[in-house]
Design a protein around this ligand. Sequence first.
Ligand code: G
Ligand code: G
Ligand code: MN
Ligand code: NA
Length: 253
Amino acid sequence: SNLESDLRHALAANEQLSMVYQPIVNTIDGTLIGCEALVRWQHPVRGFVSPVEFIAIAEQSELINLLSRWIVAKVAEDCHRMVENNIRIKVSINLSRKQFSDVHLVKRLSKEKAKLFPANQKINLEITESALFQNTQYAINLMHELKLAGFNLSLDDFGTGYSSLSSIQQFPLDNVKIDRAFICNCVDNPRDGLFLQTMSDLAHQLDLTITAEGVESSEQWQLVSDKGIDYIQGYLISMPLSIDDFITFDPVA
Ligand code: G
Ligand code: G
Ligand code: MN
Ligand code: NA
C-alpha cells in the first residue's frame, strides 16, 4: 500500500494518529515544567511507523499542511485536558525544516493559538538546527515574528549539525536542547562532559535556558546537574505518555 494515501485516509478519518507527551522537569528538584508533544501513527498493517518516515512523506505534498493542522488541534485539545486537571505547563511542538520554511506559518499558528488553545497557554516551538542555517536572515526574521506572536523558541537537536557554538547567538531563542547523542556517553567520555559544560555556560551567557534530552540514568542526571543544565527530558523521568497517562503522571513519585 501507499503510505501517503494511507496517511491521507488516517487524517480524514481522524484515526490511527495520536499524540504523546514526554515530561520535561527541572534538573534540581525534578518538578514538572513542560512537555514535548510527539506524533504517533499506528498503521493497521505496518504497525508503528516512525514520524521521521511519515513526516518526510507528508512533506513531499500538501499533506504536511493537513498533518500540521491535525497535530496542533490535537495538542490544543489535550492542553485543555491538562488545564482542567490543574496542569499549567509549557507545551513544546516540533517544527520540521519544511514547516519552518512555510511563509504562512506565523499567521496560521497565531490563529490556532488564539482560537484553539486555553487562554495564556505557553507554547514552545522546537526548531531543528539544520532549519536555521538554510537561510539565516529568513530564519532570524521569522523567529522574531514568532516571538512577537507570543511563542517561545527552542533550538532542537543542538550539536548534531551545522552550527558552531557562537553562531547561535544571532537567533532570538529562549532555550537550547542538547541532542541526546551528547548525553548517552557523557558519564564515560570527558569530551562530551566538556561539551556539556561549554554549552551550558554559553547558553547562560546568552540568557537562554538549556535542556538535556535523552537522560536515561541517574548518573547522567547527576552529571547534567553538575554542569548547571536547567531542564532534563528522557526515559529516566518518563517515556512519552498518552494524555490520559500524562495527567496522572507524578514526577516525584
Ligand atoms: O518521537 P520520536 O523519537 O520517534 O521522534 C522522532 C523524530 O520525529 C524526532 O526528530 C521528532 O522531533 C520528530 N517528531 C515527532 N513528533 C513530531 C511532530 O509532531 N512534528 C514534527 N515536525 N516532528 C515530530
Ligand atoms: O528530535 P527530537 O529531539 O524532537 O526527538 C525526540 C525523540 O527522542 C522522541 O522520539 C523520543 O521518543 C526520543 N526520546 C526521548 N527520551 C529518550 C531517551 O531517554 N532515550 C532515547 N533513546 N530516546 C528518547
Ligand atoms: Mn524535539
Ligand atoms: Na532533539
